[in-house]
Design a protein around this ligand. Structure first.
Ligand code: MG
Length: 320
């Protein structure tokens, strides 16, 4: 196999080639995660994938990639996604079948309303008309005002993401009760990653809503600690190093009776389609990334009645 890359503003697109068949992957690089196009390219340049003659040895290949260097989760995800796309195309199966799913469930995806000036929120909520669930970014000093505006503008099911913004557990609990009263269903990352474990344990015990770890859980080995602090986890391919580890995380979280959100960064259709093949396993699907960016070079995933439908085409089903 050989690999090459192509850039747009905040992503690196990866290709794996085997006997003329090409698999496509993506590293999406939000600045706060510390990876850059340069770091991804530097990581990819260290890979000697030519040593693997059979792309179907995915476990062996991905374990090799993981051991090249610590971190680089998005770079690793780009190889994982390209490899699953390639294997799906070789076997002529959509990726969900590689994970044992025959008929993917239709799952509603939420659409994120980012933090913005309050006057812009009604317009943003209207723009989300094709989605049936909204995920509201909170963690500001205006949270109650934001919730008030959202409730005035729509009566859709609501998720909240506090993005580590509530620094005090008492205040966080008050906010959770306010969100519960306003019909919210779930809250992501209420407190900072580095807050005291005792505070998160206290909040988890008293919370009227399920709490999901986002920044607190990146990879498989982060789940064990999170089980005492959160009711569930938000799994994203760019954190988990791709589909294979995301799938392992789903099963571990299930064993621990934890809820699962399948989320994303701002990503093109490539990584969003990849994640969509795992959406049958999730309690909450938040795969709006490609709908939020202007430099998506691909056709958007199919959105029917607010559900992101995984493609039935071989691989991830990416179309330009
Ligand atoms: Mg989040």
């Amino acid at each position: 196999m050989a690999h090459g890359t192509r850039n747009t503003t905040a992503i690196v697109l990866t290709q794996l080639e085997h006997t003329g068949i090409i698999g496509c992957g993506e590293a999406s690089l939000p600045p706060y995660h510390g990876e850059t196009q340069e770091s991804v390219k530097a990581f990819l340049s260290k890979l000697e994938l030519e040593q693997f003659e059979d792309p179907l040895q995915t476990g062996k290949i991905l374990s090799y990639v993981d051991k090249i260097e610590k971190g680089n989760n998005a770079a690793k995800a780009s190889i994982d996604i390209a490899l699953h796309d390639l294997v799906g195309k070789i076997l002529r199966k959509p990726c969900y079948e590689l994970f044992g799913i025959k008929n993917p469930e239709k799952k509603l995806s939420s659409y994120t309303i980012a933090i913005d000036e309050l006057k812009n929120l009604p317009r943003k909520i209207k723009e989300a008309k094709d989605f049936k669930i909204l995920k509201i970014k909170l963690g500001t000093t205006d949270d109650e005002k934001i919730v008030h505006i959202v409730k005035n503008e729509c009566n859709k099911p609501l998720y909240a993401d506090a993005n580590q913004g509530w620094k005090d557990k008492i205040m966080a609990l008050e906010m959770l009760h306010m969100l519960k009263e306003n019909g919210f269903e779930v809250v992501e990352q209420p407190m900072p990653v580095n807050c005291a474990d005792d505070d998160m344990m206290w909040l988890k015990e008293k919370s009227p809503l399920p709490l999901l770890a986002d920044e607190s859980v990146k990879r498989f080995y982060d789940i064990e600690k999170a089980k005492d602090l959160f009711h569930g986890i938000n799994i994203k391919l760019m954190k988990s190093t791709g589909m294979a580890e995301a799938h392992k995380m789903i099963f571990r979280a299930r064993e621990l009776n934890m809820k699962i959100m399948l989320g994303c960064m701002t990503e093109t259709s490539c990584a969003i389609l990849a994640a969509s093949h795992l959406s049958s396993f999730a309690d909450y699907v938040d795969l709006d990334g490609s709908f939020l960016i202007s430099n998506n070079p691909f056709k958007n995933p199919e959105l029917i009645d607010g559900c992101i439908i995984p493609s039935e085409k071989p691989g991830i089903g990416l179309e330009s």
